[in-house]
Design a protein around this ligand. Sequence first.
Ligand SMILES: C[S@@+](CC[C@H](N)C(=O)[O-])C[C@H]1O[C@@H](n2cnc3c(N)ncnc32)[C@H](O)[C@@H]1O
Length: 158
Amino acid sequence: MEAYTVAIVLDDMISTGAKFQFSVLGTDISTSVLQLAETGIYTPEMIAPVPAELAKRYFLSSRDPARDEVRVIPRLRRSTNFMRMNLMDEVYPVDRDVDIIFCRNVLIYFDKPTQRKVVEQLCTHLRPGGYFIVGHSESMIHNESIMLQQVQPTIFTV
Ligand SMILES: C[S@@+](CC[C@H](N)C(=O)[O-])C[C@H]1O[C@@H](n2cnc3c(N)ncnc32)[C@H](O)[C@@H]1O
């Protein structure tokens, strides 16, 4: 859902006049998580936090009334891709000019030295001035050994 949330926010900005193109890459170590994400299918309860106006524009109800589910619209699914990636790997098969990396609620699984290594490795994939965004539980990743500047509690730049 996180990748589609980013795609919805960006697409909504474009609909109000912002001029840019985007693509979102969602990664996870779990193939079942990725398979579920790729379908873009959710229950109405799962998308309840989405503002009604955005839900109307970005989700379609099933044609089968027996299926109480909605699906992300095809256009948004086309600009949102998913790939299996283990953050513990030595190399990430990802471009090195990424504008924003969201890394929410994942670093908490790693010990401190691994957190530092993962953050530093992820940041080598950001363009200069790109942003690295973590969850509120992870805002403490900022320390002297990490080459990040904190711009907001959970937002960093390189
Ligand atoms: C609590 S969920 C957070 C998902 C999402 N970022 C969010 O905030 O909603 C943590 C995710 O991290 C993934 N994960 C755990 N270890 C990982 C690793 N070594 N590399 C990549 N993903 C990992 C899990 O499969 C799980 O889907």
